[in-house]
Design a protein around this ligand. Structure first.
Ligand code: C2E
Ligand code: CA
Ligand code: CA
Length: 765
């Protein structure tokens, strides 16, 4: 074998030269003497020339190699693979600057570390196998993506190509490794992968599915994300290309036409589609979904495919439905509530195919007092019962609601004339009577025909309230129902005027329109004036003078009685003060107090404070309260009245005998006077003495220590009867009508005992 002997070069360079020369020549480093000995005998000049020529050729090649090696844009390493003893070793022979740059180690460090020392442990595992096969000669080279660990611990991705290389004649198995930094590519790859992954995560966690389908009648699916199965119960495969069924078949039939129409409109308008509809899942369950999609336009401008998302909105729909339910229903009975009825009425006039509509209201009475007596649950039970009974009377064109505590309303659309309404009212009445009458609960049925166009919902409901209240007041009469009519309309208007007047007065306007009249009360024994009852009047320019019988209930309904009642008390006390100042010290002024006033928190202390502030004597004040108020809770009433009575104020029970409480209860009422209602006094004029119970009332009251006052005495005959049976005092037109303050004072001045005595003394019964 031809040899190239070289002196003065490092082993490394010699190996390089060897690798450049290939097998044809063995390069060997020798000492100068050996070199000289080898050439001894040759022509020194010729030898020198030859040597020079070879050397320069080699230098030239070496320089070229160095340039390539040094400037190559890829990293290059040359390493030992096997030791002479065939054991695997790993030793880097040389590296180029690019490789140093890639891995961040210097050549010297690399020669020490070896390639396995800087390879990422995981990748080293992967590399072992191809490397083994390379050594075994099974493969000619291998390519691998692997990470090098840089001195700072960071990793760098590289693609390497490893191939055996023969650089010397020794037994070392050498190989070359070309290294390309692919960190950037890897990063892009990774972020691509990540975005793919997150897209995948997104799609698989979507409460629904993404799709791409044909724009055909079946919505033939071309792509479906995995969420499909959770959404519809059908597998992706079963839907793709309509293999088992088409998406069109999953849409609830009641929605199909609408979804198709809206999709076609969206496509035609070049818009995206957004719609909510129901699907029917594999289990047969109805599910609300929201679809958001758009058409994909091909080169011809045609929409051949659609793409979008279908999300489950079942939960939202459920919550919405629940909210809607709550906002539209009365929770106690499960019927629709007032708001819902108002909505129906609002839409009534607007719908297509208008029909005659009517409202039928059922008002219950006394339920409030049953609640007081038997408790809340009891009255709720009754309400539920009524709700059930009424529900059973409903036809599809009837909508039943409960718009107020004790008021049920049928909204009826399209009915066969008044006859149908009447027969409904009669049936309602029959049904209710079976159990309501037993409970002592009354009912009234009011009917309002609203024609085809309806009207303002609030207005309609108000009218309905009026007619059903009136019907309730007539409870027990022949007809269980009442139709709203013109006259009620007028009445309603009048009521509105009065109420607005009252509220103006309560807020300090309407000067002098509310005032008091005073009706004398006479002691029967001596004919003397015992005092006056203050009776309120209301003047409205357009309506004239209004009776308290009309406006007090309105003031109570609107709670205006509270402020109005206070000013009445003050006005009456002012009158008492005037009487005192005129020298009338022993007269009593009676003031009517409505239940609402009395039950209002702080009533007793307030009135006591007012009395003190006005400097009048409590002994000269009487409060008249109606007997019906004791029905609520006489103990509570007694408790309220106690401090008043302690202060010397007298309490009278007004309208005695007409209210709820019976004579048996009378003993429990801690009062001073009983005012015998005009009803009993009137009877005295008509029936024979023996048939009248008035005398029983008087003696009973006396036994219990109450004084009696007879109201509404108009005839002498009544007077004589009352005198005979020992009634204490009288009040009535026979002596005087309610008088203005001026006339009341005049009455006192001109009142002669003899006049009354004459009356009292005249004739016997
Ligand atoms: P009441 O307390 O029973 O008052 C007696 C009513 O009978 C008064 O009617 C009076 O004018 C009337 N009257 C008196 N004598 C006769 C008579 O001989 N024949 C006839 N036909 N009627 C007679 P008025 O003033 O219209 O009061 C009606 C009701 O209004 C009163 O009934 C009372 O319940 C209520 N009221 C009157 N003023 C007030 C008030 O200031 N506050 C409250 N809360 N209610 C009042
Ligand atoms: Ca009274
Ligand atoms: Ca009365």
């Amino acid at each position: 074998m031809r040899q190239l002997l070289i002196h003065g070069l490092e082993a490394e360079s010699i190996q390089l030269i060897q690798s450049l020369l290939g097998d044809s020549l063995t390069v060997r480093s020798v000492e100068r003497q050996e070199l000289e000995a080898a050439f001894a005998g040759d022509d020194p000049l010729a030898l020198a020339q030859e040597e020079e020529a070879i050397a320069s050729s080699i230098r030239e090649r070496a320089e070229r190699f160095d340039a390539i090696f040094g400037q190559a844009p890829i990293g290059i390493t040359i390493s030992h693979g096997l030791s002479p003893g065939n054991t695997v070793i790993d030793e880097i022979l040389t590296v180029n600057p690019r490789f140093e740059e890639i891995v961040g180690y210097s050549k010297e460090q690399l020669l020490r570390l070896g390639w396995s020392g800087i390879t990422h442990p995981e990748d080293l595992e992967r590399e072992r196998e191809p490397f083994r096969r390379l050594l075994a000669g099974e493969i000619g080279s291998y390519t691998l993506e692997k990470r090098y660990v840089r001195p700072d611990g960071s990793t760098v991705w590289a693609e390497i190509v490893v191939a055996p290389i023969n650089v010397g004649g020794d037994d070392f198995y050498n190989h070359i490794c070309l290294v390309q930094d692919i960190s950037e590519r890897k990063m892009i790859e990774r972020s691509l992968k990540e975005s793919e992954r997150s897209k995948g995560v997104l799609l698989s966690h979507l409460p629904g599915m993404a799709y791409r389908c044909k724009n055909d009648a079946d919505w033939t699916m071309l792509y479906i994300s995995p969420g499909c199965e959770r959404l519809t119960g059908y597998t992706v495969e079963s839907l793709l290309n309509n293999r088992e069924l088409s998406f069109n078949e999953i849409v609830a039939p009641s929605h199909t036409a609408q979804v198709h129409r809206e999709w076609q409109e969206a496509i035609a308008g070049g818009r995206s589609y957004s719609g909510e509809y129901e699907i029917i899942t594999k289990d047969g369950e109805r599910k609300w979904v929201w679809e958001l999609g758009q058409g994909i336009v091909n080169e011809d401008g045609k929409v051949e495919e659609l793409e979008g998302l279908i999300l489950s909105i079942n939960y939202r729909k459920h919550v919405e439905a629940e909210l809607r339910y709550h906002s539209q229903h009365d929770l106690a009975t499960g019927l629709y509530n007032r708001r819902y009825l108002e909505e129906l009425l609002k839409n009534q006039g607007t719908g297509r195919g208008r029909e005659q509509a009517a409202l039928v209201a059922v008002n219950l009475s006394n339920l409030h007092s049953s609640a007081m007596t038997y408790g809340f649950l009891y009255s709720q039970e009754i309400l539920k019962n009524v709700a059930q009974q009424l529900t059973m009377l409903c036809k599809p064109s009837y909508t039943l609601s409960v718009i107020h505590e004790y008021q049920f309303v049928f909204f009826i659309q399209g009915y066969a004339g008044k006859g149908e309404l009447k027969s409904l009212a009669n049936t309602i009445s029959e049904e209710l009577s079976t159990f309501l009458a037993m409970e002592g609960i009354g009912w009234g049925i009011g009917i309002l025909e609203i024609g085809q166009r309806g009207g303002d919902a609030q207005d309609l409901i108000r009218k309905l309230l009026v007619v059903s209240e009136q019907a309730l007041q007539r409870w027990g009469s022949n007809s269980p129902y009442l139709f709203f009519d013109e006259q009620m309309e007028t009445q309603l208007y009048r009521e509105e005027q009065i109420t607005s007047e009252l509220s103006a007065i309560a807020s300090g306007e309407g000067n002098g329109r509310l005032y008091l009249l005073y009706q004398p009360i006479i002691t029967i024994a001596d004919g003397a004036v015992a005092g006056f009852e203050a009776l309120v009047r209301l003047d409205i320019p357009t309506l004239g003078t209004i009776s308290p019988l009309e406006f007090i209930p309105m003031a109570e309904k609107t709670k205006l009685i509270i402020p109005l009642g206070e000013s009445i008390i003050i006005e009456a006390l002012r009158f008492l003060d005037t009487l005192n100042k005129q020298g009338y010290d022993n007269l009593t002024v009676s003031i009517n107090i409505s239940a609402l006033q009395l039950l209002k928190q702080g009533f007793s202390p307030n009135i006591l404070r007012t009395i003190r502030a006005m400097g009048v004597d409590a002994e000269n004040i009487c409060l008249e309260i109606t007997e019906s108020i004791f029905a609520t809770n006489y103990q509570e009433i007694n408790r309220i009245l106690k401090p008043l009575r302690n202060a010397g104020i007298k309490i009278a029970i007004d309208d005695f005998g007409t209210g709820y409480s019976s004579l048996a209860r009378e003993r429990e009422l801690e009062v001073d006077y009983l005012k015998i209602d005009k009803f009993f006094v009137d009877k005295l004029a008509r029936i024979s003495e023996g048939h009248s119970i008035t005398s029983d009332i008087i003696s009973m009251a006396h036994k219990l220590g109450h004084c009696t006052i007879a109201e509404g005495v108009e005839e002498e005959r009544q007077l004589h009867y009352l005198k005979k049976y020992g009634c204490d005092m009288l009040q009535g037109y026979l002596f005087a009508k309610p008088l203005s303050e001026e006339h009341a004072l005049g009455f006192l001045a001109s009142h002669s005992h003899s006049e009354v005595e004459q009356l009292l003394g005249d004739g016997e019964v």
